[in-house]
Design a protein around this ligand. Structure first.
Ligand SMILES: C[C@H](O)[C@H](O)[C@H]1CNC2=NC(N)=NC(=O)C2=N1
Length: 96
């Protein structure tokens, strides 16, 4: 089933509900940086996100250095942001 890209109004409404996330890539992605006590905590977070990603078949782009994890969400199949990214962002936030 094709995944629809959100229109600007839907996108902006979701962004108000996800204030910790920022638009990136000219509105085609959202990003958020996380900081933990150490690498072990950061990697534990990534492991939990990985399980959610597999369950949803929706995978983050991310970059980790020691205790920091930068997460970018976008939907390749939609060529931009979809509901999947926003729901994933919400699920990631509820892990903390
Ligand atoms: C075939 C499979 O459904 C797709 O490749 C999935 C897997 N994970 C994905 N993750 C993300 N972020 N975007 C996608 O479009 C996507 N598509």
């Amino acid at each position: 089933m094709p995944v629809e890209e959100l229109n600007q109004e839907e996108r902006d409404s979701w962004m108000r509900a996800l204030p910790e996330w920022s638009l990136a890539r000219e509105g085609k992605a959202i990003e958020r940086s996380f900081e933990f006590a150490d690498f072990s905590e950061a990697f534990a977070f990534m492991a939990r996100v990985a399980l959610i990603a597999e369950k949803r078949d929706h995978h983050p782009e991310w970059f980790n250095v020691y205790n920091k994890v930068d997460v970018t969400l976008t939907t390749h199949d939609a060529g931009g942001l979809s509901l999947k990214d926003m729901k994933m962002a919400k699920a990631i936030g509820s892990l903390l």
